[in-house]
Design a protein around this ligand. Structure first.
Ligand SMILES: [Zn+2]
Length: 315
């Protein structure tokens, strides 16, 4: 097997990986391109299998419309210390035209609207419809289709924790390139498998998220993929929310056997007393801000678990 974009031979990075969150059956191999360091999961899913994967195995939060709130602006020391600017929307300026691909329950749409933006969203989870109807958001249910928008239209396009899920990232990026204005910017956040987390936690790193994450980028492979789509990688940093490290410890503390669900990741899973105690202890440690210090330390060297990529459409 060769890398789709550099045509270099792939080598096995990890064999024998499994869904350690929701217990979807099967074992999977993570492949690495020797040239661009891109990691890709060998998962030849048919559209039917993808449908089953997400509808039967991927738990969705229950959305109560009365509890819905837009994301808030963050600033100051605590926001920095916690790593709150890790999310893509925090990098979008005020008063611009923006599309958020994978807009979840529309919290980002409210955020941008409150900042004077003309905002659009697209989301596969049809719960977005309920939010959009109530608050009159321009949100579409389904997968991103560039044909639904005017070319050269958006100042910004964001994709937060989405690009790693798509089958062919270059196709998505080409679509983004088409609808961005010349000089417009795409902001992509995605797990970073080149950081300290993978080196320390190996196969138990929380963000492999087998078999949902199909692509894990290096800076080199992001640059190459973007160029293929007609975009230029302007800036790449890591900025990681400290909650992620808390999740990492919880992930390991209650690590499931193959085929079983993780009582941390799965909603309403029954927990044993020992699991509950472990999780309580980790919550106590998290309150001491230890995870904040560790994530800030590694992000200072751009070696954190979450990458933020800025891709510009040339003028
Ligand atoms: Zn490659």
């Amino acid at each position: 097997m060769n890398c789709r974009y550099c045509n270099n031979p792939l080598e096995v990075y990890y064999a024998d990986m499994f869904d350690n969150r929701y217990g979807y059956p099967g074992t999977y191999t993570m492949w690495k391109c020797k040239n661009c360091d891109h990691l890709s999961l060998e998962a030849n899913f048919t559209p039917e299998m993808i449908g089953e994967l997400y509808s039967n195995y991927y738990p969705r939060k229950h959305l109560n419309l009365d509890d819905w709130k837009p994301y808030k602006e963050v600033s100051g020391f605590m926001a920095w210390f916690k790593g709150e600017r890790s999310a893509a929307h925090h990098w979008v300026p005020k008063n611009v035209r923006i599309l958020d691909i994978g807009c979840g329950f529309g919290e980002t749409l409210g955020y941008h609207e409150n900042r004077g933006c003309e905002v659009f969203g697209v989301e596969a989870d049809d719960n977005i419809k309920r939010v959009a109807d109530k608050y009159s958001f321009n949100a579409e249910v389904g997968l991103f289709d560039p044909e639904h928008y005017q070319p050269d239209y958006f100042d910004y396009v964001t994709m937060a924790q989405v690009i790693e899920h798509v089958t062919d990232p270059v196709v998505s990026m080409k679509g983004i390139a088409k609808i961005l204005k010349p000089g417009g910017v795409a902001i992509l956040t995605t797990p970073n498998a080149k950081g300290w987390g993978v080196k320390v936690f190996g196969k138990k790193w929380a963000h492999w998220h087998i078999p949902y994450h199909l692509h894990l980028f290096s800076k080199k492979s992001m640059k190459k993929y973007a160029a293929e789509a007609g975009l230029v990688l302007e800036k790449a940093i890591t900025l990681t929310n400290s909650e992620w490290l808390h999740y990492q410890w919880l992930h390991i503390a209650v690590y499931p056997k193959r085929g079983e669900v993780s009582v941390f990741w799965t909603l309403n899973a029954e927990r044993t007393t020992s699991q509950k105690i472990k999780m309580k202890i980790l919550a106590g440690i998290h309150r001491l801000k230890v995870n904040y210090v560790i994530t800030r330390f590694f992000d200072a060297f751009n070696a954190g678990d979450n990458s933020v990529y800025f891709l510009k459409k040339p003028l």
